[in-house]
Design a protein around this ligand. Structure first.
Ligand code: GLN
Length: 453
């Protein structure tokens, strides 16, 4: 823990940590030493981790990277982080993110962007780590922690993992408890790990996952020993290649990476099959209706009364307005407005109900493929390598949203997805492949990722 604390201090320019908790880390590490000496070590005993600042941590300020939560210190611990501490992990601090996890570059944080530890060959220009779990990905890639918690509503674990050469797992919806994690879009949000290796991710997920009576959407199913699945290999597994992911305008190197992935799996004994997921092209627009709709509802609670920031106004309505105007950043305000619009009388059927219908069709596409015997699906994780700071989305938010084209379908269908580093771009940046699995079959994803890694 002491060595990691020193590394974090050296790497402050990355802006990965919003809060460092060295005293807590040393106390937890000392408790770990005691348990180890007594022969009572847990599966994560003494392992130093970072926690995305969307997870409530008891007695440690939690911000969601928003001004509106200024001064909020939770009196409770999220179930997922509590599970990690139960198993002996040590908390190093809270990690930066896009404000309320809305973004794909970590540039919407009220506390400033996270800088990726990576650079293009021969260039010093700062790059984004991806988002919204940019702090988690940068901290793991820069070796500031052994692993980190993250959340994925529409790619926020897998895209930053792909951008930073780390492994990110978005489990099946319901695999991890959402209790104590600040809600963005409740029907899409899922907790998961970002780690250095497939094995580390498997070990972390086993501790994070599990039924929680405090979250009615968490599923009461046994959590497998994911690490034990790593050696299974892919012999005889049917891996689907969806033709709709072959998008026009995708860089040749992304396509080449995908083909390389297919070759590796073939050589390892997998059976490669072409599949069709015909509603893929509607996933992104439908996601950007459903996610803001749920966000506008979830974010209604930040009114200056219950949590954090309060800006006085001439009456109570004035106080609400002043607090929300000062407290939310531009992207969050945009999402609230889109959400309120698509839920409003007269537009509800045209937008929200339609998006929900599309969601069902997307889900059925996957069900059909799995019913035909497909065990997992292989796609690129992102349409490009990491981009430069300030390079995308400032004039046109849709340019940023397009980054999520390969990841959002998985959330819409509630399926597990995993991003694994698989190669490098011509400029020397990491590129990742994505694996999509059957519901609650994260084990197969770990086994296949282990072959690609
Ligand atoms: N980029 C997506 C969005 O902004 C992803 C968010 C997420 O997964 N938290 O909505």
């Amino acid at each position: 823990a002491r060595a990691q604390i020193a590394e974090i201090e050296k790497a402050r320019t990355l802006n990965a940590f919003l809060a460092e908790t060295p005293d807590k880390a040393l106390a937890m590490a000392a408790a770990s030493d005691t348990r180890i000496a007594k022969g009572e070590a847990g599966p994560l005993e003494g392992i130093p981790l970072g926690i995305k600042d969307l997870y409530c941590t008891e007695g440690v300020p939690t911000t969601a990277a928003s001004h509106i939560l200024e001064g909020f210190t939770p009196a409770y611990e999220s179930t997922v982080s509590a599970n990690l501490w139960r198993d002996g992990a040590v908390m190093l601090g809270k990690l930066n993110l896009d404000e309320f996890a809305m973004g794909s570059s970590n540039e919407t944080s009220y506390f400033g962007p996270v800088i990726s530890p990576w650079r293009r060959n021969g260039s010093d220009a700062p790059l984004v780590p991806g988002g919204s779990s940019g702090g988690s990905a940068a901290a793991v890639a820069a070796r500031l922690c052994f692993g980190a918690t993250a959340t994925d509503t529409g790619g926020s674990i897998r895209q930053p993992a792909a951008f930073t050469g780390t492994v990110g797992v978005k489990p099946t919806y319901g695999r991890c408890s959402r209790w104590g994690i600040i809600a963005f879009a409740s029907s899409l949000d899922q907790a998961g790990p970002i780690a250095r290796t497939v094995q580390d991710a498997a070990i972390l997920l086993r501790s994070m996952a599990g039924h929680d009576p405090k979250d009615t959407t968490s599923v009461d199913a046994p959590v497998p020993n994911y690490e034990a699945a790593l050696g299974r290999g892919v012999k005889g597994l049917k891996i689907g290649i969806p033709k709709e992911y072959r998008l026009d305008g995708i860089p040749a190197e992304i396509d080449a990476l995908w083909r390389q992935g297919v070759e590796w799996l073939k050589e390892a004994g997998a059976v490669i099959v072409d599949i069709s997921l015909p509603h893929t092209r509607y996933a992104l627009p439908a996601y950007y209706i459903v996610a803001p709709a749920e966000a506008s509802s979830n974010l209604a609670r930040y009114d200056g009364v219950r949590y954090g920031l309060r800006v006085p106004g001439k009456d109570i309505i004035g106080m609400y307005e002043a607090t929300r105007a000062a407290g939310f950043g531009k992207e969050v305000r945009r999402r609230i407005m889109i959400g309120a619009y698509v839920l409003s009388a007269g537009y509800y059927d045209a937008y929200y109900v339609r998006a929900q219908k599309i969601r069902t069709l997307i889900k059925r596409d996957f069900e059909r493929a799995y019913a035909e015997g497909v065990d997992a699906i292989l796609t690129p994780a992102t349409p490009s390598a990491a981009f430069g700071l300030g390079e995308k989305g400032s004039a046109d938010p849709v340019e940023m949203y397009l980054n999520d084209v390969f990841t959002v379908t998985v959330n819409m269908a509630g399926l597990p997805g995993l991003a694994v580093p698989a190669g490098a771009s011509s400029e020397g940046l990491p590129l990742g492949l994505q694996l999509i699995g059957r519901p609650f079959d994260e084990e197969t994803l770990f086994a296949v990722a282990k072959v690609i890694e």
